[in-house]
Unconditional design. Structure first.
Length: 160
């Protein structure tokens, strides 16, 4: 029988040399596949051509349900998405998720660690028992003495 013949019993085509009753779909998309794409059976492959990311439908709860898509190429220890306090989950773009500092915060990445730094550094703390004292600029002063304590403000200090 020829390679691409149809089955004499069902009229279904043979795929890959054998009859397949329900071959998987392959979807070419320009975004991640929708969880509402319930017309796609489990085993459907979706490819986001914009990012080159592949997905596999691993669960389909039916007509009014949802489809669960697993991103292909992920392995143990690989992050598929991140979710913040608001805005929903984000997925990698070209294999990367970028963490960007906002107002007053910057980020530094080294190896497998992201460090968040408060721009301006916050306040240092100094514990003082000597009186009188003049606290340094941008320093929180904690006293550890009984009785009257005198702290003299600096003669000139920048805002903060």
């Amino acid at each position: 029988m020829p390679f691409n013949a149809t089955s004499p019993k069902t009229g279904s085509p043979y795929y890959g040399g054998g009859q397949v009753a329900n071959p998987a779909n392959v979807l070419l998309l320009t975004a991640a596949p929708s969880t509402a794409a319930t017309g796609n059976p489990v085993g459907t492959i979706a490819i986001n051509q914009t990012t080159g990311t592949g997905y596999l439908a691993v669960k389909n709860t039916g007509i009014n349900g949802t489809v669960t898509w697993d991103q292909l190429g992920l392995s143990t220890g690989t992050v598929g998405s991140l979710t913040g306090d608001s805005g929903g989950a984000i997925t990698p773009l070209a294999g990367n998720i970028t963490l960007t500092g906002g107002t007053g915060i910057n980020t530094v990445g080294t190896a497998n660690t992201i460090t968040y730094n408060v721009v301006g550094g916050g306040l240092k703390t100094t514990v003082s028992v000597a009186t009188p004292t003049t606290p340094a600029i941008n320093t929180r002063l904690v006293t550890n003495t009984a009785g009257l304590y005198t702290a003299n403000l600096p003669a000139a200090a920048a805002v903060g």
